[in-house]
Design a protein. Structure first.
Length: 501
């Protein structure tokens, strides 16, 4: 018997054929002729991630059959130079009854926009700011890419004091630093110390790049670690409560978090440096990094080439490791609703805009960056970068505006915002959705970022229509009675925009 979703994939392929035929010469860059390379998608799911705080909830039930593997990314993108067709005349007639679903609660807003022209096709309270939950990660991602560019990498460095007796592990704000990279950094440091004739050192660590409270205002929580410029595995302790994939695949969902990410990362570094053959004296202690004479040229965990310093010489860089490019980090943030990465992206934006790398400074920087892009930021509030805070305020119009900017052929740097969105019924936080009733028409065609807090359910993303257009949509609901009723209602709204069988 054929898979129950064969027809969706067939429809997806048909739309893809139209899009590819029209877009063989689309803008270069992250599109890669209409889609991100499969290798990039693989890279985005190959590294452990922080969990989505909402871990899409479903009613207790028996086991359900999982969907087939996701189609190519091109099946949910379109050629941006396809001429826009006439908007559906019945769009309001279709969406109004779906918006009236009691599962969405008494507060709901909506915006549907043609992503090519920016023309609003449907709006209901579209400019009213509401709590966006994790859909705010779209704003955080756009701001970071705009401020820093898709090739930006976040460094973690090791610097030696002038006398060579102390080395400092310096955090640059990379929550994706894992044990394998930390080991490579320790090995590179040991080689550099050996070249300098140093056999034993003290270790200090510097996480002072970030300012203000490290703890999120929600307090200790398994959905996010204290926000630190130096952390290992996003501060996750041991296993995770959820795991996507198998064989060491990406981790998501809540997990116990360390109370002191910087100290734990430095302790692990000291252990690895000892194994690499360098004697470590005492336990790591916090302290400011000495100013290096020059930055190491290595792009991975490699020792810097510097001669043994004479007495009184300046501090010297020893080794450096860097995160994946920002384009990959954005995709990972959106696909898995990674709270730790989202907060890191917000703080990297603050640093780029010369603001303090704090919750407050990051919020100001994100808003300023979006305003500079010509987006409607009136009434917005960015209390954090992840959406965990209920004090955040975004409008549906801003969310569709963000997605429209990301689809702009003249802004290829923003494209990872679209390619990072989960695919309905197949990947990330949408993997277990779009599998029942009318919502199944959106499986494989709807691509969207989810948002879930108690009483708040949101969905914002894109869908390719039967005539090859890319629509951007945002649906925000407040005071919802239950995610079990709100999420299917949101899925039906977005699926109504997809080609109907």
């Amino acid at each position: 018997m054929p898979e129950p979703r064969t027809w969706q994939l067939t429809a997806c392929s048909a739309v893809l054929g139209l899009a590819l035929a029209a877009g063989a010469a689309t803008a270069a860059g992250p599109w890669d002729n209409g889609q991100r390379k499969a290798e990039r998608a693989r890279a985005a799911v190959a590294t452990p991630t922080g969990g989505a705080h909402h871990a899409e909830k479903r009613p207790p039930a028996g086991p359900t059959r999982g969907p087939a593997p996701a189609p190519s990314a091109a099946g949910v993108l379109r050629a941006l130079d396809t001429p826009p067709a006439t908007p559906r005349d019945d769009l309001a007639a279709v969406l109004v009854p779906l918006l009236a679903d009691p599962g969405l609660g008494p507060l709901r807003t909506a915006s549907v926009v043609d992503a090519t022209t920016g023309r609003q096709l449907y709006g209901e309270g579209a400019t009213t700011p509401m709590t966006p939950a994790s859909t705010i990660k779209i704003a955080t991602s756009v701001a970071a890419l705009s401020a820093l560019g898709p090739d930006h990498r976040i460094p973690t460095t090791v610097v030696a004091s002038a006398d060579g007796r102390t080395v400092t592990l310096v955090g640059g704000g990379d929550p994706t630093l894992d044990r394998a990279r930390l080991k490579a950094l320790a090995n590179a440091t040991a080689r550099a110390l050996e070249d300098r004739g140093t056999t034993g050192v003290r270790i200090t660590y510097d996480a002072s790049l970030y300012r203000g409270p490290a703890r999120h205002p929600i307090g200790p929580n398994e959905n996010i670690a204290p926000v630190s410029a130096l952390m290992l595995d996003a501060g996750r302790l041991g296993g995770t409560s959820q795991a996507e994939g198998s064989g060491g695949g990406p981790r998501s969902g809540p997990a116990p978090r360390t109370a002191d990410p910087a100290r734990d990362a430095a302790t692990a570094f000291a252990e690895l440096l000892t194994k690499a053959g360098t004697k470590v004296r005492g336990a790591p202690t916090p302290g400011p990094a000495p100013q290096p004479a020059q930055s190491p040229k290595a792009q991975g965990a490699e020792p810097a080439q510097s001669p043994k310093p004479a007495q009184g010489a300046e501090a010297a860089p020893l080794a450096r490791t860097e995160s994946a490019p920002l384009s990959d980090l954005v995709e990972r943030t959106l696909t898995h609703s990674d709270n730790d990465l989202a907060e890191a992206l917000a703080r990297q934006t603050a640093l780029a805009r010369k603001q303090p790398a704090s919750f407050t400074g990051a919020g100001k920087a994100v808003r300023a960056e979006l305003t500079a892009l010509g987006l409607p930021t009136s009434g917005t509030r960015f209390a954090d970068g992840s959406g965990l805070s209920r004090d955040n305020r975004l409008s549906a119009a801003l969310l569709t505006g963000l997605l429209t900017r990301a689809a702009d052929p003249d802004r290829p740097a923003l494209r990872p915002v679209l390619t990072g969105l989960p695919v309905g019924g197949f990947s990330g936080t949408l993997r277990g959705r779009f599998d029942t009733g009318p919502a199944t028409t959106g499986a494989g065609l709807v691509r969207a970022k989810t948002g879930t807090l108690t009483g708040v359910n949101t969905l914002a993303g894109t869908v390719v229509t039967a005539d090859g257009r890319l629509l951007a949509f945002a649906f925000l609901a407040g005071r919802t009675p239950s995610p079990y009723t709100a999420q299917p209602a949101l899925d039906r709204l977005s699926a109504a925009l997809a080609p109907q069988g």
